[in-house]
Design a protein around this ligand. Sequence first.
Ligand code: FE2
Length: 222
Amino acid sequence: MFTLPKLPYGYDALEPVISRRTMEFHHDKHHGAYVKKTNELLEKAGTSARSLEEVIHDAATGGDKTLFNNAAQAWNHAFFWAAMTPTAEQPNAALAKAIEKAFGSLDKLKETFVKDGAEHFGSGWAWLVADRSGALSVRTTHDADDTLTKTDIVPLLVCDLWEHAYYLDHQNDRKGFLEAWFERLPHWDFAAYQLAAAKGQGELWRYPAPVAATEQRRAGAR
Ligand code: FE2
């Protein structure tokens, strides 16, 4: 079974952009429910534990929309927590160069990211992605749709565009949320790590392995 990953920082660490109250609901209730439902669906189907990445790929190709929605939302949220930090960071040299090449400057990237996220119709996600050559772009996806099942791109950062992500703190001002988010919360070191991995230098971020598989590996290592 899959577990709900703990936040890599305190519930109040991302204030004032994201309040403790939002984080408690968002992580414990919303994300928790997606993980729980994914486990229930897998158990009902009698499927043995695999990686969440494999579950998502198989659900997408097999047309299992309910499993895909829950598993992809479990993955997207874990990636979202991992791609934020309370410590103000700046892109490293390699990432700054890629940003300059694709957008002209970090400010221009912000402009594109905020505009695309604010104009995205309905629920979804705003992503900074790289292709396998390291070229960057901004994408938005609807509802649970992810970047994992798009083989030509790798996610570097993501911002949740569902109302539950910002409504308690910013009400209907999604644009204001995105602007504050981009200014304060991107984990640029994480994004740089993902960019290197996209080009074959290192491993891409993965969702924590299911508990049974972890135990099996431990047993095998003894
Ligand atoms: Fe969310």
